[in-house]
Design a protein around this ligand. Structure first.
Ligand code: BDR
Ligand code: CA
Length: 307
């Protein structure tokens, strides 16, 4: 089987941790690189968390490069209220060997992987889009060898970080705008599907017993505030991996998406023009619904497949 080469750009983050695990243990995917970006918590913390995860999974051979510590224009925000002050509160990881962290900046590491790959590389951004905007502005030559961006971010309706803005886009709206206008092939799993991609309490109890990964997830889930343990935990970032591996569980619309960067009350809001009011060419495939049961079954299977 030809594995699809991917780069995960991430801010772990408890739901990021699940998405990373699923990707690492999926035989259809070849995770070439993990890059980190300031988001759920600060850059140093999310980078440390990514290294902890790789050590825990026994996958330290996968390179990690740290990227942007700040958004392009706006001030830094975080989501430590959702993920805890460390970003992955609830589990004590062994110290990773931080000397293994690449010395180069994420965008230099991405450039290298993309240009050296025989096959076009898919990037899966599951944090704010700062690194991706910097990459395409600094090294536009990479665009030719990018297959697709599969992004978790934005919303077709209301927000989770502001009235109308979803966290990843709100954390760096200018970067999101640059990415949406890049001309790259883009697919988005927005908040709308993330809200339905739930792990229910009975699932968590099974996950705990599945394997070492499941045990760790269970501890993190107890502290995760993306939803609640008793009514369902929102697996936003795993939706991007699910879309890569099983797109048939999503309903999609090929449509025009732009990001509000001037609105007084709507800064960071994704404008998803499902009815074509703006008369612009479509620039993204947006997932507008997910088969929640299929997602649950899929995620359970994938976690069972981890170490
Ligand atoms: C997104 O925000 C972050 O808190 C999650 O990790 C996810 O990427 C959901 O809005
Ligand atoms: Ca994330």
């Amino acid at each position: 089987m030809i594995k699809r080469p991917i780069i995960i750009d991430t801010d772990p983050g408890i739901d990021d941790a699940v998405a990373i695990a699923v990707a690492l243990f999926s035989e259809e995917l070849d995770v070439k690189l993990i890059t980190t970006v300031s988001g759920n918590v600060s850059l140093d913390k999310v980078t440390y968390n990514a290294m902890c995860l790789l050590k825990y999974f026994g996958k330290e051979e996968i390179p990690v490069a740290a990227g942007a510590s700040k958004p392009l224009l706006r001030e830094v925000i975080d989501a430590s209220d959702i993920h805890g002050k460390t970003g992955m509160e609830g589990f004590d990881f062994d110290e990773p060997d931080m000397s293994k962290l690449l010395k180069e900046h994420a965008i230099d590491a991405m450039r290298k992987v993309i240009l050296e790959s025989n096959e076009k590389v898919t990037i899966v951004p599951i944090g704010p889009l700062t690194n991706i905007a910097l990459l395409i502005r600094t090294y536009p030559e990479v665009m030719e060898n990018i297959e697709e961006l599969v992004i978790m971010g934005g919303s077709t309706g209301r927000g989770n970080a502001g009235v109308m803005a979803e966290f990843n886009f709100y954390a760096d709206p200018e970067a999101a705008k640059i990415v949406m206008k890049s001309g790259l092939k883009i697919s988005i799993t927005p908040l709308d599907v993330g809200l339905k991609a739930l792990v229910l309490p009975e699932d968590s109890e099974q996950i705990k017993l599945m394997n070492k990964t499941g045990e760790m997830f269970y501890s993190l889930f107890k502290r995760y505030r993306g939803g609640s343990f008793s009514t369902g935990l929102k697996m936003y970032d795993s939706c991007a991996i699910a879309y890569l591996l099983k797109p048939e569980m999503f309903e999609t619309a090929f449509t025009f998406v732009d990001i509000e960067t001037k609105g007084e009350l709507t800064y960071g809001c994704s404008v998803v023009d499902l009815r074509g009011y703006l008369k612009e060419e479509p620039n993204a495939t947006v997932c507008i619904d997910v088969d929640a049961q299929m997602f649950r079954d899929w995620l359970m299977d994938r976690i069972r497949n981890c170490n």
